[in-house]
Design a protein. Structure first.
Length: 270
């Protein structure tokens, strides 16, 4: 059996959490990540018959029964993941009843997965139906995107258009646009249901006055997705108080989308 700390998925999680903390997206214990793993790959590192303990999920996720996830822990700081993965991360498998997770590795100090775990699992269900290749769900608090929440209309189309107009690459990176939720209490099943509903159509969902959820096929894609949204929000916030002399027009957006052959939201173009 190989040492799980040498696995690609643990290394990816350590690198990603370190970068997110470095960028200021995940202050203190803010933010969380869940990563749907390949069972055969996990079996190279762990005895899948050895369950350390069981943890109630807080909702029923039968659609994910048998699936294995690497998840950041509740109350854990991203800055500590690299130095102590086994305390700050956990690998869990959803039981057949969908109500319980089996801990296969991690949370060594007796902890458990993030309080946003139900929201993550609901989003995984939604994204897997939309695109079976989507395996990562990432939540964080990017500074400029959060600031933009306070000065911009919180509505899908309007918010998406403002971001698309900030950087030429935006309509290529997130042609499906950005879903936006009003402020809701975090750590609840209600916000999980609302997020999953948006995830049917979007890979990026803004939690009003809180942060963002992103989904993708791997760590790099998901990180890059949020990174691009944050860059656009930064440009927006740096220019919002100034008279605008230039902009990326709707005609420009269509030209970009057609050139890169992306299926963009036609209803978001005037």
């Amino acid at each position: 059996m190989k040492d799980v700390l040498t696995s690609k998925f643990i290394k990816e999680m350590c690198l990603t959490t370190a970068n997110m903390y470095r960028l200021g997206w995940d202050e203190r214990n803010g933010g969380n990540i869940s990563y749907l793993l390949d069972e055969k790959e996990v079996a190279e590192y762990l005895d899948l018959n050895k369950v350390i303990r069981e943890i109630p999920i807080g909702f029923e996720a039968k659609e994910l029964a048998g699936k294995i996830f690497l998840v950041t822990g509740t109350g854990k700081y991203f800055k500590n993941v690299t130095d102590d993965p086994e305390n700050n991360l956990g690998i869990v498998r959803i039981k057949a009843d969908g109500k319980t997770a089996e801990l296969l590795w991690g949370y060594k100090d007796g902890g458990k997965f993030t309080s946003e775990f139900p929201a993550h699992m609901m989003s995984h269900i939604a994204r897997l139906k939309a695109d079976p290749k989507n395996r990562v769900v990432m939540h964080c608090h990017p500074t400029y995107l959060l600031a933009m929440n306070f000065v911009h209309e919180l509505e899908d189309r309007a918010f998406t258009r403002s971001l698309w107009q900030m950087c030429t690459e935006c309509i290529v990176v997130f042609p499906d646009g950005v879903g936006v939720l009003p402020w809701m209490l975090c750590g609840t099943n209600e916000i999980g249901v609302a997020t999953a509903s948006k995830m049917k159509d979007y890979r990026v969902v803004v939690w009003g006055l809180h942060g963002v959820y992103g989904a993708g096929k791997d760590m790099d894609e998901t990180f890059g997705l949020i990174e691009t949204v944050e860059k656009a929000a930064q440009v927006y916030m740096l220019t919002a108080h100034l008279p605008r002399k230039n902009t990326i027009t709707d005609e420009n957006l269509v030209t970009i989308a057609n050139h890169f052959k992306v299926n963009y939201r036609k209803d978001f173009i005037d």
